[in-house]
Design a protein around this ligand. Structure first.
Ligand code: HEM
Length: 493
């Protein structure tokens, strides 16, 4: 009896041992790196480097140890990280076509399904992007221009801030609503009032989703989607938030269907309806209703949080450095005065303000690890071999805060963008909008929004911290780097 139990125990033990050896062998065989693949920390069997954080600070530390091109493995998912201006440019610009695809990231794929503008690849992406760029360029031609939409919104946001009567308030959702309204005018053909509860709810869901996406627990879903899809966690909140935001977009599209006049497109949705008809023989280009929903979602997501977060950093830096705020206001007073609204024509005469906005973007570094790219051919980077299908993450922190590129990289210093005569000058390593084929599609729009909102706010108000409080430049990490929630006082000028 004793012998029988012992043999039974030995059998279970042997089976477990045999199974472990098989798993280890399978892990080694399946995850073996090709020759000359970028180095990286030793991965654990099966799990890989899941215990290595992939936030921008951890990536900087690993780059110092393994070099400007290194790799990590999460589960079976391999990622190559690229740091420093020279290498990032080598990937995104010099080999722009090869690095132009997006990897399939399970967390996003469930929602975006490889459609739309931001997460699609290949022919479909090229066609969708070209259509969106053309629409942005010609939007409002002969009618109301994007600039006048933004100027109108600047008026609304200043009015909303005036209603705070100089008391401390959190500017987050007022700015978010103002910036989102520009995208809504472009895509839906109308804006939303700042008191619209439903729209405020959508904005809050979007901001929350951006924070959750970067959390380690949500990122784990990318490594083990098959198991985690059955478990609760932040990924489930992300999916349900996206379902509500896409529901809101679908409603807008339905309303457009009801009164669409093909001869008079009012906005992106109307223009897209027309393109669905024009392109019905080119199914690969993907002009259909599902793609329209995802394109609208892309515009809404990419165009709201980014610009409004930059504006929030802008206000925070202005209360942290009141002498810089005064200098910007001095330039506004001498070039624009108080009698009219700022316009884009003023920018060329306002080098200091332009430099301050650039410096806010540089040090704000709001998309620190860019959006992931993927190689669509075998290639080399920094001398290492990257097979077709490699996920590539470019570390923008290492470029925007590179001590070799910026005189005082860690300090807020508008002189980074001014020559000795006080004239504005461009810096090659200023790449908050990325570079190459997938450079931000909304860069020109974002630059216009930042200039007009920022100058309008400082034209109308002087900003200060609540009495007795010292402004803190602390970061709230998410997909974008936001300031921690803060209160501000706005005194009319
Ligand atoms: C301060 C504001 C903004 C910043 C810092 C920013 C930054 C970025 C970055 C880093 C990317 C990824 C580029 C890459 O993959 O290499 C991107 C992509 C994108 N952005 Fe922006 N963005 C801003 C505003 C906007 C606005 C206002 C729009 C609205 C039109 C917009 C629309 C997009 C779209 C659609 C993409 C995807 C492009 C593609 O994959 O082809 N962005 N942006």
């Amino acid at each position: 009896m004793l012998l029988y139990t012992f043999l039974g125990w030995l059998d279970i033990k042997s089976c477990l041992l045999f199974l472990s050896v098989c798993l280890l062998l399978a892990d080694i065989l399946l995850n073996r790196n090709p020759k000359n693949f970028p180095p990286g920390p030793w991965p654990l069997p099966l799990l890989g480097n899941v215990f290595t954080g992939v936030d921008y600070k951890a990536i900087d530390k690993l780059a110092a140890e393994y070099g400007s091109v290194f790799s990590l493995r999460w589960g079976r998912e391999k990622m190559v990280f690229v740091s420093g201006y020279k290498r990032v440019k080598e990937a995104l610009v010099d080999q722009g076509e090869i690095f132009a695809d997006r990897p399939i990231t399970p967390l996003f794929h469930k929602v975006f399904k490889g459609l739309g503008l931001g997460l699609s690849s290949g022919y479909l992406w090229k066609k969708q992007r070209r259509f969106a760029v053309t629409h942005l360029k010609h939007f409002g031609e002969g009618k109301k221009t994007l600039e006048s939409f933004i100027q109108q919104e600047c008026g609304f946001v200043c009015e909303a801030i005036r209603e705070e009567h100089g008391h401390p308030f959190n500017p987050h959702f007022t700015l978010n609503n103002a910036v989102a309204n520009i995208i809504c005018s472009l895509v839906f053909g109308h804006r939303f009032d700042y008191n619209d509860e439903n729209f405020q709810r959508i904005l809050r869901l979007t901001a929350r989703t951006f924070n959750l996406i970067a959390s380690t627990r949500a990122q784990l879903y990318n490594a083990f989607p098959g198991v985690l899809k059955y478990l609760p966690g932040p990924h489930q909140t992300i999916f349900s938030n996206y379902a509500k935001v896409t529901g809101f977009i679908r409603e807008e599209i339905e309303k457009h269907k009801a009164d669409w006049d093909p001869s008079d497109p009012r906005d992106f949705i109307d223009a897209y309806f027309g393109e669905i008809g024009n392109r019905k023989d080119d199914t690969e280009a993907g002009f259909n209703m599902e793609n329209l929903v995802i394109c609208c979602l892309d515009f809404f997501e990419a165009g709201t949080e980014t610009t409004s977060t930059t504006l929030r950093w802008g206000l925070l830096y202005m209360i942290k450095y009141p002498e810089i705020q005064k200098k910007v206001q001095g330039e506004i007073d001498s070039v624009i005065g108080q009698g009219r609204q700022p316009s884009m024509d003023d920018r060329a005469s306002m080098p200091y303000t332009d430099a301050v906005i650039h410096e806010i973007m540089r040090i704000g570094n709001i998309v620190p690890l860019n959006v992931a790219h993927m190689t669509n051919k075998d290639t080399t980077l920094g001398g290492y071999f990257l097979p077709k299908g490699t996920t590539v993450i470019t570390n923008f922190t290492s470029v925007l805060c590179d001590k070799k590129e910026w005189e005082t990289a860690e300090t807020f210093n508008p002189r980074h963008f001014l020559d000795s005569n006080g004239k504005f000058f461009k810096r090659e390593s200023f790449i908050p909008f990325s570079a190459g084929r997938r450079v931000c599609l909304g860069e020109q729009l974002a630059r216009m929004e930042l200039f007009l909102f920022f100058t309008s706010l400082l034209q109308r108000f002087s900003f200060s911290p609540p009495p007795g409080e010292e402004p803190k430049l602390e970061i709230q990490e998410g997909f974008t780097l936001c300031p921690q929630p803060f209160q501000i006082c706005a005194s009319p000028r």
